[in-house]
Write a protein that binds this ligand. Structure first.
Ligand SMILES: [Zn+2]
Length: 190
């Protein structure tokens, strides 16, 4: 099988009922990470791998832990970034609870990398609203350009650091701002 054949098989629709909705936000549709992994294993077998990039990043202001990784399928690589919230003051001191948050963030990162390979798009399409349609477009171009595009803060023109980028991602802010200059009203309330 060449890459094109594998990609096509990966992008095939999942069975009905695969799409899940988060309990807190019924509009937020997602596909469980186990479904993605089993698809990767079945279609790509030994030709796929996932590796974590760097250490998990803790964004204390947001009580979030962020994991970055890279999904490789037959030599094609896409990065993924995921986050999970931990209970402020409690989880961070509780090793197993914190590990669960890191695992959840890693699962989220795998899902985001799979999304860049267009896996599950046909299943998630009905649930993507206008805003998400826009992000599909962004993802589409990201898939081509990957993540090494330089983004700079709209206010101070400083090159965004990884932490800045992650902070934007966590808050689902599309405009480029450094952490210092993110308009307060755009920051998600938890
Ligand atoms: Zn700035």
């Amino acid at each position: 099988m060449n890459y094109k054949e594998i990609a096509q098989a990966l992008q095939a629709p999942f069975p009905n009922g695969t799409v899940q909705f988060s309990s807190s936000n019924q509009r937020q549709a997602h596909i469980p990470v186990q479904v993605y992994i089993s698809r990767l294993e079945k279609v790509a077998g030994e030709h796929w791998s996932w590796s974590i990039i760097g250490e998990p990043i803790i964004v204390e202001a947001d009580s979030a832990v962020i994991v970055r990784g890279e999904l490789s399928i037959l030599g094609a690589k896409r990065s993924g970034m995921g986050f999970s919230h931990y209970v402020r003051g409690k989880d961070i001191k509780n090793v197993s609870a914190f590990k669960n948050a890191v695992n959840a963030a890693e699962s989220d990162a795998i899902r985001s990398a799979c999304d860049k390979f267009l896996i599950g798009w046909s299943d998630l399409a009905p649930y993507r609203d206008c805003e998400s349609d826009e992000s599909i477009e962004i993802n589409r171009s990201e898939a081509v350009r990957e993540t090494d595009v330089e983004r700079v803060c709209q206010r101070c023109a400083k090159k965004l650091t990884d932490v800045d980028q992650l902070f934007l991602e966590v808050n689902r802010i599309k405009l480029p701002y450094c952490t210092e200059h993110v308009p307060k009203h755009l920051i998600k309330k938890i």
